[in-house]
Design a protein around this ligand. Sequence first.
Ligand SMILES: C[S@@+](CC[C@H](N)C(=O)[O-])C[C@H]1O[C@@H](n2cnc3c(N)ncnc32)[C@H](O)[C@@H]1O
Length: 340
Amino acid sequence: MAGFRLPPEDSDLSQARAPATTDLISDDDRSVAADSWSIKSDYGSTLDDDQRHADASEALSAATFPAASDYSSDKEEPDADTVASMLGFQSYWDATYADEMTNFREHGHVGEVWFGADVMEMVVSWTKSLCTNICQGQLANHVDDDKSEPDEKGDKSLVSWSVLDIGTGNGVLLQELAKQGFSDLTGTDFSDGAIDLARSLADRDGFTNIKFLVDDVLETKLERKFRLVMDKGTLDAIGLHPDGTIKRIMYWYSVSKLVAPGGILVITSCNSTKDELVQEVTNFNQRGVVAPQEPETPGNQEAGRDPPPFRFLDHVRSYPTFMFGGSVGSRVATVAFLRN
Ligand SMILES: C[S@@+](CC[C@H](N)C(=O)[O-])C[C@H]1O[C@@H](n2cnc3c(N)ncnc32)[C@H](O)[C@@H]1O
């Protein structure tokens, strides 16, 4: 939920049983039994889709960033923030996708569509309009959310866009982009299970041209640059790790290498407002494209004097808003940045 991090008091998450706090220390611990994750078990078929989307978004939006020392507590039952912050660990996603793969094999389910189908449809149609406008030389800072139909020439131009979806999960976003005319499509995720699921779904649904690779965006092995990079919920998940602050800095560094000059990054988040994302990019721009662990040298100080890596382009304006505590907010923000 952009901007408002409501405690999930009414949510099942507050009663969720979580692994012992020591399980939270290491990313490498893959031994957490699938059935110990009660958030994940809610993704089964017992809840209706709307409820699952609400719970999933709430899990992503509920967490703040606790200090690492909070995890040394000997509390038996972690609080809701701690439960939500499990989404920052790869072990959580591995267990989730193992379960979703079972659901796919047994029932043909696609699994979680994060933030729901309506948001995904909005992201896809809005992104298509943005790319079409760019191809037509209209780099205006405003895409009509209730998009007018792009002309045929605009649709054809979409084949020239190489697309990367980072943290693709089940890969359904890429399928939707393929239906709209994008054809050079790649999805990455650090969880093998996500990539297995995404490939299985794409094969079943006839999207055999979509490429899927296991890759951690924070230590990406991809050498190719893409004209369009999509992120729906991945930066949110990365930020939920106890080291989320530094991991978010690593994220921006890595993503700046993946977006081609003149290309765009479209981020959909339920844990940051549009203004927070713009501020985060401003901070990154001020640091320059220097990896967090790289010492400043005369060479990379030069890089800091290059044009700023990203500039704000546009955002989706038509998500439903609501009032809370005297402020207006929306559950989700989608923001596009241009790579200089
Ligand atoms: C909230 S889910 C969103 C999944 C998908 N984008 C969607 O919208 O349905 C976050 C995804 O990010 C992936 N992820 C988290 N951290 C990652 C990282 N460092 N590198 C690659 N994938 C990551 C998770 O495995 C998970 O699939």
